[in-house]
Design a protein around this ligand. Structure first.
Ligand SMILES: N[C@@H](CCC(=O)N[C@@H](CS)C(=O)NCC(=O)O)C(=O)O
Length: 216
């Protein structure tokens, strides 16, 4: 089986990060197809790899056939199926259902936060007061983190494994970092842990290179 994940500009593309993390964490070999976003040729370049016009998109080549999995949540589910040892979802049925709800809440919600505090992975952009909607999203996200960490015992939302539920909030961790959102206690420790995870460092290195190259 050959896996290729199409991702967008790493400093900006929060959904690409959500799709890339389960592939990276699976331990399986994969290739990356990079598309530069917000550029003159972006629409054409994305359409070449992704009929939905969006990234991430995972291409799976197997037995002479080529399959496309678009959307970060579908990629997270697929990777959990083909790499069960990676612990992308927790083992217990109820914990797994809860982890899916936590990821889905991010996937379909928190629009004010996503709009106001757009991902700028490698940039520090302090000094912006959260709008009412953004503040509400932050309060809810911190409550979700605290509740999951208390129930699982950490260090990640559902225990030992840095998994799909964490991956959906990884761009939020970066936003909290960029926009200096003050956290405390378990939520702060969790955000720091995620921010310093080797996979996040890998993504940061590429995003910082984009900044250095002036492409973002
Ligand atoms: N629901 C999709 C959202 C994907 C999405 O919105 N991707 C953005 C980048 S973060 C995109 O491809 N935008 C196209 C563009 O910027 O031209 C998912 O979860 O994968």
């Amino acid at each position: 089986m050959k896996l290729t994940i199409a991702v967008g500009t790493k400093n900006w593309s929060s959904w690409s990060l959500r799709g890339w993390l389960p592939v990276r964490a699976s331990g399986l070999a994969f290739e990356e197809h990079y598309v530069r976003l917000r550029h003159d040729d972006t629409e054409d370049e994305v359409k070449k790899v992704s009929p939905s016009g969006l990234v991430p998109l995972l291409t799976v080549e197997e037995g002479g056939r080529r399959h496309q999995i678009w959307d970060s949540l579908a990629i997270a589910e697929f990777m959990a199926e083909i790499a069960p040892a990676a612990g992308l979802w927790p083992e217990g049925r109820m914990a797994r259902a809860k982890a899916r709800a936590v990821a889905a809440e991010m996937h379909s919600g928190f629009a004010p936060l996503r709009q106001q505090f757009a991902m700028e992975f490698a940039r520090h952009m302090p000094g912006q007061t959260p709008s009412e909607g953004t503040a509400r999203a932050i309060t809810r996200i911190v409550a979700v983190w605290e509740e999951c960490l208390a129930a699982s015992g950490g260090p990640y939302l559902f225990g030992e494994s840095f998994g799909n539920a964490d991956f959906f909030y990884a761009p939020v961790v970066s936003r909290f970092h960029s926009y200096d959102v003050a956290l405390s206690g378990a939520a702060k420790a969790y955000a720091d842990r995620v921010w310093h995870h080797p996979f996040m460092r890998e993504w940061l290195k590429a995003a910082a290179q984009e900044v250095a190259d002036g492409v973002v």
